[in-house]
Design a protein around this ligand. Structure first.
Ligand code: UDX
Length: 471
């Protein structure tokens, strides 16, 4: 199945490169297009311009098999493909919450007049509902044989190849049986492996992506709201999440409390969804997503406040080690990274911040050149008064109290991703704090209902370790 159906992929960003390489690995002839000549040259040389485990190998295999190539020419793309995938970015509009659709519009406006034969144009980018209907009309006007379908992409960074080759579900927003048949042909292999194929309208397909991301963000903010309540009331959010997750109706996924979500998708997609609902006159229906966003951002401020508190109320000149810059482990992406945001807030409070990340240092340096960076974890930690674990890379989760203790000046740690064993660290003399636990320690000693106020510290922990720093 699949044959030598020629496919093109418009936009060689995260989504486009992954989709192009994976489609080639499924046996299709694929031509990718991007306006950036340097990026195209790099991809044609088999070099990945992004960090994504396993994708480099798939890209190079496609190149070696002669099934994958990149160009800057839309004319070539129009002549080549029977199916064209729109994979351009839809970032947050500067100064607003809406999605910036300029790349999607530019790509369709460039392609449409060049199309000389019947074809299917398939949108994969995340767009506000209603966009596809407009693009379909534009395409139909330019080339009567060209049809539009919407097929949102649900891949995650870090597992992009597996998510593309073995998706749970394939959403086909179509307006004809022939478009549905073409998409079934494109995805024959994943469908044969058990992926579900959900046929729907253009609008529902667009909404599917926005709603899925909104739900995931809500689940994370829900558990982070519970973390706030735990901090105030003397609960432990890790135990609470385990209990909630054991209910099969709730499930354990996306209930990891901590510093919250970031990245190039969830934050901007939630905001764009709210903005679109307001345009549609149903803003009240999604008003709760504003709170989801607010809870998420509050975790960053709370983490910085905790560091301030642990430094004795003044971070001026205090050496602080930040572990993590990527928005999540397994990625070098620092877009809307909670870790980098916290590092920036701490630097703004006067701290001498040194950031270490196993993969994202280059991107972090470009995004926030004013922060301090170290090439190794040991260099970042040496002499620190406060250590903050902000991205749960395996090498951070594997840290030992003794190993890190030999590097720092003070044994003060904020585990903002809840990945370390509190008992082990406290037992080794660390002032260990986590998000979602009252004061970070021994909630049982607090009176029932006691509220953790800003500046509230466990000064009398009796472990011989100074909780404060700086002052
Ligand atoms: C997300 C969606 O999962 C994916 O379907 C969509 O196509 C793009 O957006 P991605 O941005 O790669 O994918 O990351 P994801 O793994 O979903 O994590 C998003 C953020 O949530 C990360 O910052 C992560 O650290 C955070 N997160 C995730 C939590 O804070 N707690 C959790 O329990 C899960």
């Amino acid at each position: 199945m699949g044959g030598r159906l020629p496919l093109t992929v418009l936009g060689a960003g995260y989504l486009g490169i992954t989709h192009a390489a994976c489609m080639a690995s499924l046996g299709f002839d694929v031509l990718g297009v991007d306006t950036d000549q340097g990026r195209v040259d790099r991809l044609n040389a088999g070099n990945l311009p992004i960090y994504e485990p396993g994708l480099g190998e798939v890209l190079r295999a496609g190149r070696v098999a002669g099934r994958l190539r990149f160009t800057t020419s839309y004319r070539e793309v129009a002549a080549f493909g029977d199916v064209h995938f729109i994979c351009t970015g839809t970032p947050q509009r500067p100064g607003g919450n809406q999605a910036d659709l300029s790349q999607v519009h530019a790509c369709v406006a460039t392609l449409a007049p060049l199309l000389g034969r019947p074809c299917l144009v398939v949108g994969k980018s995340t767009v506000p509902v209603g966009t596809a209907r407009g693009l379909a009309a534009q395409l139909g006007d330019a080339c009567p044989g060209a049809e539009l379908a919407w097929n949102p992409e649900f891949l995650r960074e870090g597992t992009a190849v597996a998510d593309t080759l073995s998706p749970d579900r394939i959403v086909a927003g179509v307006t004809s049986g022939s478009a549905e048949r073409m998409l079934r042909r494109v995805y024959a292999r994943p469908l044969a492996c058990g992926a579900s194929f959900l046929v729907t309208s253009l609008e529902t397909a667009e909404l599917a992506k926005a709603a899925a991301n909104a739900f995931l963000a809500t689940k994370i903010s829900f558990i982070n709201a519970m973390a706030e309540v735990c901090e105030a009331a003397g609960g432990d959010v890790r135990a609470l999440a385990d209990i909630l997750g054991a209910d099969p109706r709730i499930g354990p996924a996306f209930l990891r409390a901590g510093l919250g979500y970031g990245g190039g998708c969830l934050p901007k997609d939630v905001r764009a969804f709210v903005a679109r609902a307001e345009e549609l006159g149903c803003g009240a229906s999604l008003a709760f997503l504003r709170e989801v966003d607010a809870i998420n951002l509050r975790r960053r401020a709370r983490t910085a406040d905790l560091a301030l508190e642990l430094a004795g109320g003044d971070l001026t000149g205090v050496p602080v080690c930040v572990l993590g810059a990527a928005f999540k482990p397994g990625s070098d992406d620092v877009r809307d990274s909670p870790a980098l945001d916290v590092a920036q807030i701490l630097a703004g409070m006067g701290a001498l911040v040194t950031v270490y990340d196993p993969a994202a240092l280059g991107n972090a340096r470009r995004a926030r050149p004013d922060l301090g960076y170290a090439p190794t974890l040991a260099d970042a930690a040496r002499g620190a008064h406060v250590v903050l674990l902000l991205t749960e890379w395996p090498e951070f989760a594997a840290l030992t109290p003794g190993g890190l203790g030999g590097l720092v000046a003070r044994r003060t740690l904020i585990d903002a991703r809840n990945v370390l064993d509190p008992g082990a660290w406290r037992g080794a003399g660390w002032d260990y704090r986590a998000l979602g636990v009252a004061g970070g320690a021994e909630p049982a000693r607090r009176p029932a209902g006691a509220v953790c106020m800003p500046g509230d510290r466990l000064a009398d922990r009796g472990d011989g370790v100074a909780a404060g720093g700086g002052a």
